[in-house]
Design a protein around this ligand. Sequence first.
Ligand SMILES: [Zn+2]
Ligand SMILES: [Zn+2]
Length: 391
Amino acid sequence: MKLVFLGTASCYPTAHRAVSCTALKFEDGLVWLFDCGEGSQIQVQKSSIRPSKITKIFITHLHGDHLFGISGLICTLGNQVMDRKDFVLEIYGPQGLRRYVREVLCLSRSPLPFPYRVHELIPMDDQLPRKWGTWGINQEAAGPPHPQELQGRDICAENGVWDVLQDDSVSVQAGRVKHRVPTFGYVITENPRPGKLNVEKLKELGVKPGPLYATIKRGEEITSPSGQVISPVDVIGPPILGRKITILGDTYNSDQMLDIVRNSDVIIHEATLEDAMREKAIENGHSTPSMAAEYALRADARKLILYHFSQRYKSEPTEEGKQEKKEQGEDGIQKLELEDQDDCFGEEKDVSYVSILLAEARSALECSKCSVIIAEDLMEVDVPRRHEGSL
Ligand SMILES: [Zn+2]
Ligand SMILES: [Zn+2]
């Protein structure tokens, strides 16, 4: 399993950083996307991901920096998957997503060569902001469904957990996190695999490699040539635990889903602003590096990856960049004045670097077993199984 960070900024995309979109690449080559901010399809094209491999999209919440790229991406996929029979694009996200996708595709008269389905996570009452009733989230789309839209599921929480999907190899659960609109975090867990066959022991018992190995691997008893009955527990090791990856949406508090996040191999957590701006971060529904680190510690995570940085934080300039800046006499970065949009903070004059955020998280995680890195656009991170080595 590999994580590919396609967009790591909050608010709006710039020439330097795209907005939220994280890909999970499986060993069989299939790809799931988590959030799909504006321009995500361009990031996909710049990355190692083949668009035709994208089969599912999960949205954490309906803010534009997590959503505005979905319609363009779906249409682009249309050119990629035409030859794939039985393909259905599965989309998961908060209530309101079905209507959003339907209206955008219908009003733009976008044809699709494949069907899609939107499965909605129905928020719990304690997630609803004030005046929720006036937001129109529950309203049906004005027109009929898109010709390619199939009926999706409405997924309700059971004991605060949304069982999003379960297949032969992996399950996805969602939990609620606190932000300014109903927001979800996703926990992807691989199913455990049967333990390793102790071939040495089998040979000692006189059982040579062959069909009997398959029989005992299926959990059935076998009989050795000398007549000894061998049980699976005698020659099969303990089950190999699957990997657990948690991808949280925008949040200033994710405690309500801590139970399902616990023991994650990786937690991908936002860190929109630095610790000195904690109050402002919380006021806007966001976290600082220390908040993310404290959460990773409480969840007993092995690795923390920070993303969703305010545009005030730039990547460290390269030597070439420093030279260029000197010559230009300016930072060359376009500044936009945006007010009252998600995750946008007015004061863009001071340029800081994401290394500040990393240092703050590192110091909060000192003496712990949890490591931390900062995500950069197009960065790829392998997620090995626990017995395959450290992260
Ligand atoms: Zn955001
Ligand atoms: Zn948001």
